[in-house]
Design a protein around this ligand. Structure first.
Ligand SMILES: N[C@@H](CCC(=O)N[C@@H](CS)C(=O)NCC(=O)O)C(=O)O
Length: 329
C-alpha cells in the first residue's frame, strides 16, 4: 500500500497519527465528465472538461475486491455498456507496489499502456501526480488521459451518457427522486460505505467504537425502513440501493471479521438479508461479485491488521436463496 508523491511511488500505510487514530479518505482528483453531446461553448468556469460518449473510446480499471469499483461494474452491466467500455482487472493483493496487474486468476491485463502497476496509469496522465492510486479509473483511449477516478461520478455518467448509443433507458437517478437519493447516499456513505473503513482502519479504541456505533445505528435504521418499503427510496430500485449493495455483499465475509464490525452480521437482519438477496439476483449482478478477490484482497493486503495474511474459510453463504421482497410493492 502506498501513494505517489510528485510522480514517484512511496510504499506507505495510511497516516492516522496526525488525525488522532482516524482514517480520513482523500477526495478524488480527476473529476472530468463524459456527456452525450458536447456543449457548444466549453464551460471554462467549472474547471472540469467534458468528453463525448462514444463506443469503444473508454476503458475502466477496476478491482473486483473494491466496493467503489464494484459500483461501476454493476452500472456497466445493467446499462448494457460491456461492449462499449472495455475493462481491466487488477490483482486482488494490494501490497508494496499498490494495485498491480500481476498474473492471478481473474486478472485482466492493461491493453492500453501494458502497465505492470496501476500507479503507472496515474503518472501517464500526470507525471507529477501526488496522491493515492485508487480504483476505479476511467480512461480515455482517444486522448490518452484519465477522465475520472471517482466512482460516484462514473456511475452517474454510465447511468445516462451512453443511452443514445445503447438504447438502454433504465434510470437509476430519476429526476423526481434525486433529493431523496442524495440524502440517503450521504448517510449511507458516511456511516456504512466509508463507516466500515473508519472502523477497520482506526488506530484508536474510541475512534473505532464511534464508527461501529454509527454503522450499526444506520443499519438498524435501514432495516426498519426496509420493513415497509422495498428499496431505499421507495418502490423503485435506484443508485442508492447499488451504492449500499456493494458494502452489504462484503459485510459478513470481510467487514465483520477483518474490520471488526461485529455487533451483528447482515444475516442477523431479516429485511437486509432478503433485500441483499434480491439485489444479488437481479440478472447480471451476480457476475460482478467475486468473493474470492474480495476476501483475498482485504485479508491479504492489510498487514497492519492481519499480518499473517491468513484468509478465513467462512462464512458459508448462499445469495441465491429465494427472497421475500415481493411482499412489498
Ligand atoms: N472515492 C473513491 C475511493 C476509491 C478507493 O478508495 N478505492 C480503494 C480500493 S477499495 C483504493 O484503490 N485504495 C488504494 C489506496 O487508498 O491506496 C471512489 O469512490 O471512487
Amino acid at each position: 500500500m502506498g501513494l505517489l508523491v510528485e510522480g514517484s511511488w512511496q510504499d506507505k500505510w495510511y497516516d492516522t497519527e496526525t488525525t488522532g487514530g482516524r482514517f480520513e479518505r482523500q477526495s478524488s482528483t480527476f473529476r472530468d465528465t463524459i456527456v452525450a453531446t458536447l456543449p457548444e461553448t466549453a464551460n471554462t468556469n467549472s474547471g472540469t472538461a467534458t468528453f463525448l460518449a462514444e463506443p469503444n473510446r473508454y476503458h475502466l480499471y477496476v478491482s473486483l475486491a473494491c466496493p467503489w469499483a464494484h459500483r461501476t461494474l454493476i452500472f456497466r452491466k445493467l446499462k448494457g455498456l460491456e461492449d462499449l467500455v472495455s475493462v481491466s482487472v487488477v490483482n486482488p493483493y494490494m501490497r508494496e507496489h499498490g494495485w498491480t496487474f500481476e498474473d492471478y486468476s481473474g486478472v485482466v491485463h492493461d491493453p492500453i499502456l501494458n502497465a505492470r502497476y496501476l500507479h503507472q496509469i496515474y503518472t501517464h496522465a500526470d507525471k507529477n501526480y501526488t496522491g493515492r492510486v485508487t480504483v476505479p479509473v476511467l480512461w480515455d483511449k482517444k486522448t490518452n488521459t484519465l477522465v475520472n477516478n471517482e466512482s460516484a461520478d462514473i456511475i452517474r455518467m454510465f447511468n445516462h451518457a451512453f443511452d443514445h448509443i445503447t438504447g438502454n433507458s433504465l434510470d437509476f437517478y430519476p429526476q423526481e427522486l434525486r433529493d431523496n437519493i442524495d440524502q440517503i447516499n450521504t448517510m449511507v456513505y458516511d456511516k456504512i460505505n466509508n463507516g466500515v473503513y473508519k472502523a477497520g482502519f482506526a488506530t484508536d479504541q474510541n475512534v473505532y467504537q464511534e464508527a461501529v456505533k454509527n454503522l450499526f445505528e444506520a443499519l438498524e435504521e435501514i432495516e426498519q425502513r426496509l420493513n415497509t418499503q422495498r428499496y431505499l427510496v421507495g418502490s423503485q430500485l435506484t443508485e442508492a440501493d447499488w451504492r449500499l449493495f456493494t458494502t452489504l455483499i462484503r459485510f459478513d465475509a470481510v467487514y465483520v471479521g477483518h474490520f471488526k464490525c461485529n455487533l451483528k452480521r447482515i444475516a442477523d437482519y431479516p429485511n437486509l438479508t432478503n433485500y441483499l438477496r434480491e439485489l444479488y439476483q437481479v440478472p447480471g449482478v451476480a457476475e460482478t461479485v467475486n468473493l474470492h478477490h474480495i476476501k483475498h484482497h482485504y485479508y491479504g493486503s492489510h498487514d497492519t491488521i492481519n499480518p499473517t495474511f491468513i484468509v478465513p474459510l467462512g462464512p458459508l453463504q448462499d445469495f441465491n436463496v429465494p427472497h421475500n421482497r415481493n411482499r412489498l410493492k
